[in-house]
Design a protein. Sequence first.
Lengths: 127, 127, 82, 82
Amino acid sequence: MIDRPVGPMPDEAVEVAGAVVCFRGVVRREESGRQLEGLVYTSYDPMAARELKRIAHRAAEQFGLLYVGITHSRGFVRIHETSLRLVVAAAHRKPALSAMDTILDELKRDAPIWKRPVWAENAEPIR
Amino acid sequence: MIDRPVGPMPDEAVEVAGAVVCFRGVVRREESGRQLEGLVYTSYDPMAARELKRIAHRAAEQFGLLYVGITHSRGFVRIHETSLRLVVAAAHRKPALSAMDTILDELKRDAPIWKRPVWAENAEPIR
Amino acid sequence: MKIQVLLFGPQAVITGRDRVLVEVDGVAPTPASVKDALRQALPQLAATLDQSRLAINHQYTTEDTPLCESDEVALIGMVSGG
Amino acid sequence: MKIQVLLFGPQAVITGRDRVLVEVDGVAPTPASVKDALRQALPQLAATLDQSRLAINHQYTTEDTPLCESDEVALIGMVSGG
């Protein structure tokens, strides 16, 4: 797991937060109409952590966030399981939701993370 | 609590969901610069439940959501506690986030719910 | 025709009551005419009536929907949920 | 100057390798010239090189940043996180 909570600790954030939004990206059961067993995520490691941190910091500054936590799975993630978890806290709702959208866009564009499908036909999921 | 999960049950939703977003509205510690003990929420009851249901259904249809759950507190809610919880599941992230924004806008505009402050100076919170 | 209108939130606080009975002309008065009657009966509401809506039997209604005596009528204004 | 470039994801699969050593002209070659060298060395990458970026020491870099021999160079393309 790549786990980079960024910004003040939740304890401090909660003092002024008015909106907490949690996003979960879930592995869907099919891709291009073909049944999946799951996805295998690989990453370019020191860089992936660094990019997530950079993206989180940039958004925290741009949207005045109180807390940003990004967790991305590595390795095999079975269908219906969570591969990405993003938590954002802000004083108000609008910046929290805008930040979430921006962070997810940037993560998909910049994070050096790759997935490959493990099709349901394969008896042995690759781990 | 007004609690209106709408749409298919989570068990069915999870079969095709790719994005699950949870929003929590938290009572902030001050209003207009004055320290709060909390907020008291009152609602026009059969109508509040009905409006939340209507808003959820409309959004489910407009954004193709798999699940919408809205829970709004009634009565006293202490600062740092959650007064509103909204969970949305969709196949993809964009409709989930757009729906969340729309639902919150409509809830704030249409739900017959009112809050009144309980200032920190009051020793006895009104319940 | 006499119509009872429920009041909530700040509008109940401002007027010191949670319901008011207003006299409205006509066989089937409209929400617009109920609002006019409210304006007369409770002048404290004048400032917030334009941004308020009437609900009939728990649904928002348009200004020209005819009202029945048996309807549950509520003034919904200054909401602050969320 | 010889530069080792790390490969990931589909680009590693397409080429069957996770790193490649390319020969680049000049004392301080740029990412643009590394890309040109990659295009020659691994023609399978041609279709995806334009939408790929080079990272130097774990940071995305501009096309004209001069490279040092000690830099860790990686080709980042076709990412699919999230």
